[in-house]
Design a protein around this ligand. Structure first.
Ligand SMILES: NC(=O)c1ccc[n+]([C@@H]2O[C@H](COP(=O)([O-])OP(=O)(O)OC[C@H]3O[C@@H](n4cnc5c(N)ncnc54)[C@H](O)[C@@H]3O)[C@@H](O)[C@H]2O)c1
Length: 255
């Protein structure tokens, strides 16, 4: 059987758990050779072991999205190991809750926390795109990039101001790059709804029932449901899809 990503070289950030780990497992099942990265060394090694145990080929890298050098080294690892980079999934990110801003209104956010979330989610994603675009434009086959935004990148969510700002900006950057680098590199954004990952633990403990009541599907998404969209968006099946926010949200934004 042929896989969606047969023969592709794919990079995934934020691969120590959640959506990134599910994507590493699925991309490998779909035939990709991988470089996976995260700031968390233990988690990224665990993901690599899961991929290898299932017969996949993977290079784990520890990289901090706050470091331009780490990001360059991560893309270089793909090129040094596999000769090129076909697909890049810029998925790592942090929430306000993870940096002590949970429940805060816009005027209540700490300035340092605002800077931090913009630095990791937005500037980190931009630095990834820079390194990836440079590589993909230099190679004959081009490539495809998918960056994880959020529903908070397409509509407002009270108490998420820094997160929402960073994710809206990822969408803007995605649309701009899609036009600039067309047709050689396709550039899209994934906008997950509420996904059952460690990132959501804090939010669900505070507002779980309310959130489930707002989702027409009445449940959280499984991380693998995000991975399925990511694999498709980065595959040749999506050959005319670029500059889009791909919402995977159990009909949350349908109304
Ligand atoms: N879970 C959800 O409901 C949801 C909803 C919308 C969007 N998202 C987005 O999905 C993406 C993946 O999140 P997840 O839900 O799998 O959560 P997660 O916390 O399991 O994964 C995020 C990963 O990013 C890594 N990371 C954090 N800071 C980093 C840094 N400075 N450098 C490198 N890696 C770093 C973490 O170690 C972690 O492994 C994020 O961008 C998140 O904003 C998640």
């Amino acid at each position: 059987m042929t896989g969606l990503l047969d023969g592709k070289v794919a990079l995934i950030t934020g691969a120590a758990g959640g959506i990134g780990r599910a994507s590493a497992q699925l991309f490998a099942e779909e035939g990709a050779r991988l470089v996976i990265s995260d700031i968390g060394a233990e988690g990224v090694e665990e993901t690599a072991a899961l991929v290898r145990d299932a017969g996949g080929e993977v290079v784990p890298v520890v990289a901090d999205l706050g470091s331009r050098d780490d990001i360059r080294a991560m893309v270089a690892a793909a090129v040094d190991t596999w000769g090129r980079l076909d697909c890049a999934f810029n998925n790592a990110g942090i929430t306000g809750g993870q940096i002590g801003q949970g429940g805060r209104l816009t005027a209540e956010w700490d300035e340092d926390a605002f800077d931090r979330i913009i630095d990791i989610n937005l500037k980190g994603t931009w630095l990834c795109m820079v390194a990836e675009l440079n590589q993909m434009m230099a190679q004959e086959a081009g490539g495809a990039i998918l960056s994880t935004a959020s529903l908070a990148g397409i509509q407002g969510f009270p108490t998420t101001t820094g997160y929402s700002a960073s994710k809206h900006a990822i969408v803007g950057m995605t649309k701009t790059a899609a036009m600039e680098y067309a047709p050689k590199v396709r550039v899209n954004a994934l906008c997950p709804g509420y996904v059952d990952t460690p990132m959501l633990t804090d939010t669900m403990s505070r507002r779980g029932e309310l959130i489930l009541g707002q989702i027409p599907f009445g449940r959280l998404a499984d991380p693998r449901e995000m991975a399925q969209m990511a694999a498709w968006a980065l595959s040749d099946r999506a050959s005319y899809v670029s500059g889009q926010c791909l919402a995977v949200d159990g009909a949350f934004t349908a109304g």
